[in-house]
Design a protein around this ligand. Structure first.
Ligand code: HEC
Length: 133
């Protein structure tokens, strides 16, 4: 004997079975959306508004480069060498990321690889015209 109750129970079960795939898809979408949010963004430092050679770029050379580029090997990256650097063909103003300088910092044909932060500073400096002040 089927009571009204057991019929509706059967009905609910059937609806549940039918909607299972949709529930699963829905949950997957939610999880993917959550993961999308949690994905680590590529390094996007707040390059300082006042980014300038003296305060931000020369210190990068001082910390990482002058051990090898201290006068003996081109480019000379000691303080006071900026003019030579930005006129020496190391910089591609049309495409800063393709600059010889930036490529080397990325470790291409180069024994030393800079941090993403330093690379983004130098790339931004070039985009701003590679001023020497
Ligand atoms: C461990 C030593 C070493 C360090 C540290 C180093 N370099 Fe170099 N760099 C070299 C060598 C060796 C070459 C030549 C590589 C080649 O072309 O075969 C070179 C080449 C370059 C060139 C290309 C020169 C040219 O005439 O085309 C640039 C630009 C450069 N380095 C920039 C930098 C910068 C900027 C840093 C610091 C972020 C740095 N280097 C740190 C050893 C070093």
């Amino acid at each position: 004997m089927h009571s009204y109750f057991s019929l509706s129970e059967q009905y609910i079960k059937t609806v549940y079975q039918m909607s299972k795939p949709f529930i699963v898809i829905f949950l997957i979408v939610i999880i993917l959306a959550a993961c999308e949010k949690a994905t680590i963004e590529p390094w996007n430092p707040d390059v300082p508004d006042n980014l300038n050679y003296t305060d931000h770029i020369q210190p990068i050379w001082d910390a990482g480069c002058i051990g090898c580029h201290g006068g003996g090997r081109a480019p000379d990256l000691r303080a006071g060498s900026c003019e030579k650097l930005n006129q020496g063909g190391y910089i591609n103003f049309d495409n800063p990321e393709e600059s010889n300088l930036v490529k080397r910092m990325n470790g291409i044909d180069h024994p030393y690889t800079s941090s993403p932060k330093d690379i983004s500073y130098v790339t931004a400096w070039i985009s701003d015209g590679a001023q020497c002040e």
